[in-house]
Structure formats: structure tokens, C-alpha cells
Write a protein that binds this ligand. Structure first.
Ligand code: MLT
Length: 338
């Protein structure tokens, strides 16, 4: 009798172990995704959509958990961590990838991208595909999707800015990006390079007077609490790639790799529609919060001339030659401006 009870118990334990093991293997593997911005922004919208599609395309084998607001470090740190393989995924502004893969600077050249359509054509076409390859080679990360976040408008707490001369006396924070630093220098001021996750506090404590980022980013980051004026400069259209650690990508089966890429492609299109849908309401909301929106004088002519003529030639080599710029302009139906 004792023996019988013993073997029944053994069977029960075995069944429990098997059930536990099976449920573990059946569980989705959860990847970590860093976001520099707060929830509700374009990074978050892209990340959410990608995660939903990733689960669907992999039949629940892979999923991702989003960590917004720079919880996993500054954007540039998260690029490094993806390269090292200590982080799986990150959505960052393209300007925070450029320091690791210089040719990507093509997309941070002032006034290179003049519309959402330009941004879409360049990122999704052969030029974007080449830059994806270069980023894998140089930075050990693969761009698998793009968030389209709108133009980076200038905000500041001190005074209305309409002309290049109005910038005088303002301390403007910029990302640690040589092209953006160069652009403000072409406008006659020395900007302050600073990590993204330190920016709100620096604006709040008046260490800096202003910064630039898209409307949606300014809104979700609550910059209206510490900034008063917006100037509609359009020197950079903010592209924000979703990066995956290349080591992690290479360890996946061909089917899973394809599922990841398909999820990225569809999420990029979703992102484009997201900004079109949201930006108008967000501008209104910023005005309701007390911000004043101004257009640059003279159709931004002076800003454009100074930035393109002074900055572009300095970066021909970094972006892969003047002919790369010409090819990008041709792809969006424009000619070299000077
Ligand atoms: C930056 O200003 O460093 C980034 O563009 C912020 C962002 O990713 O939204």
C-alpha cells in the first residue's frame, strides 16, 4: 500500500515538473526596449506598435517591455548598450546614433529633409538601406524601424526669436552631435551639448534657456512647464530609429529575423500616420498651456543660408562625400542649393 502511494506521488511530482517546464518554454521571451522620451510620444507609439506586431508575427515567442523616460540611461548610452548586447532594443533620435556611425549624419544635415515625405523616401529607399548597413558595421546595432517625429522647433524661456540675430544671448542645449553644434555656431552662438535625460532639469534650473525638439516631444516631456516661446525653424526633421542589438538579431532563426523586420516595416508606416494625426492637436495644446508660437522672419532664409553653406561642406567627408548629399537630394527631387 505504502509503495502504491509512493509511486502515485512520484507521478504527480513528475507531472508538475513537466507542466512547469512546458509553461516556461511556451512563455514569450521578453525583450527590453529603452525609450528616451515619455509615454505618448512617437518613440512610444512606434515601440508599442512594434511590440504588438512582434508578438503576432512570432506567434507569441517574442515580446518586448518598454522603459520610457530614459529609465535605462541616456539615448547615447542605450546605443552603446545595444552594441554590447546588454540591452535588446532602443528607440533614439537619429542625432544620437550619428556619433557612432558618421554616415548617418546625412540625416542630420541641416535642411536636408524638408518634409515628412522626404524623410519617408530617404529612410525607406536605397539610401536608408545603405545607412542601415553602415550602422550595423560601425555601431553593432541594426535599425529595424523608424519613428517620424516632425521638425525640431526651437523653444526658449527668455524671448521671442524670429531672426538669427535674436538668438544672441541665449544658451541653447543641443544633443552631443557635431552637426547640430555646427548649425548653431553657423547662426552665431555657442550651444551647450548635453545628454537628453539631463535636459528638462537643466531648463528648469535655467542652466540653459532653450533647446530644440519636435512639437510632440516638447509636449510629452512637459517642456511647456519650463519654456515659453517656440520658433518654427525646420532645420531638422526628427527621425527616430528603433535599434536592435545586432548580436541578438543574428542569434535568431531566419523566420524570426523576418518576423522582426516585417514588424518594423509595418510599425514605421503606423508611426508616419501617428504624427500626421497628432501634431495639429498638440500644437493647440501647447498654446493652451501658455506657449507662444512664432514663425521665423523672411521665410527662414537667413537660417537656411547660413546653416547649409557653412555646415554642409564641413561634413562632406563624414557623410561619405558630396555625391552622397547630391544623391539624397535627387531622391527627393531637389538640386544642390549652392
Ligand atoms: C535629443 O534631443 O537628444 C533627442 O532628440 C531627444 C529625443 O529622442 O526625443
Amino acid at each position: 500500500m505504502k509503495r502504491k502511494i509512493g509511486s502515485v506521488c512520484l507521478v504527480c511530482v513528475l507531472a508538475l515538473v513537466l507542466t512547469f517546464t512546458f509553461s516556461l518554454t511556451a512563455q514569450a521571451k521578453e525583450l527590453k526596449m529603452a525609450l528616451g522620451d515619455a509615454a505618448g510620444g512617437t518613440q512610444w507609439a512606434l515601440g508599442k506598435k512594434f511590440t504588438e506586431l512582434l508578438e503576432k508575427n512570432t506567434n507569441g515567442k517574442l515580446t518586448a517591455h518598454l522603459f520610457p523616460n530614459g529609465q535605462l540611461g541616456s539615448e547615447q548610452e542605450t546605443v552603446q548598450n545595444c552594441r554590447l548586447g546588454t540591452l535588446d532594443l532602443s528607440v533614439v533620435a537619429i542625432n544620437n546614433v550619428t556619433p557612432f556611425s558618421k554616415t548617418v549624419g546625412l540625416f542630420t544635415l541641416p535642411y536636408m529633409i524638408l518634409s515628412l515625405q522626404d524623410g519617408f523616401i530617404l529612410t525607406q529607399g536605397p539610401i536608408g538601406q545603405q545607412l542601415v548597413k553602415n550602422t550595423i558595421r560601425d555601431a553593432g546595432v541594426r535599425i529595424i524601424a523608424w519613428a517620424y517625429s516632425g521638425f525640431r522647433v526651437l523653444t526658449n524661456s527668455k524671448k521671442p526669436v524670429r531672426t538669427v540675430a535674436d538668438l544672441k544671448g541665449l544658451v541653447i542645449r543641443v544633443p552631443k552631435n557635431a552637426l547640430m553644434i555646427g548649425t548653431y555656431k553657423s547662426w552665431g552662438i555657442n550651444p551647450t551639448p548635453m545628454a537628453w535625460d539631463e535636459t528638462f532639469t537643466a531648463l528648469q534650473q535655467k542652466v540653459v534657456d532653450g533647446q530644440d525638439n519636435p512639437y510632440i516631444t516638447n509636449y510629452v516631456m512637459k517642456f511647456y512647464e519650463v519654456q515659453k516661446y517656440i520658433t518654427n525653424i525646420r532645420y531638422l526633421f526628427s527621425l527616430e530609429p528603433l535599434l536592435i542589438s545586432e548580436g541578438l538579431f543574428q542569434r535568431q532563426s531566419p523566420e524570426i529575423q523576418q518576423a522582426i523586420l516585417n514588424a518594423g516595416k509595418e510599425a514605421s508606416i503606423y508611426s508616419m500616420n501617428y504624427i500626421v494625426e497628432k501634431e495639429g492637436a498638440i500644437k493647440k495644446a501647447l498654446v493652451e498651456k501658455g506657449m507662444e508660437i512664432l514663425d521665423p522672419a523672411d521665410n527662414e532664409k537667413e537660417f537656411i543660408e547660413k546653416a547649409t553653406k557653412q555646415v554642409w561642406p564641413k561634413f562632406y567627408k563624414d557623410v561619405g562625400g558630396k555625391d552622397k548629399i547630391e544623391a539624397a537630394l535627387k531622391a527627393v527631387g531637389r538640386e544642390f542649393p549652392f
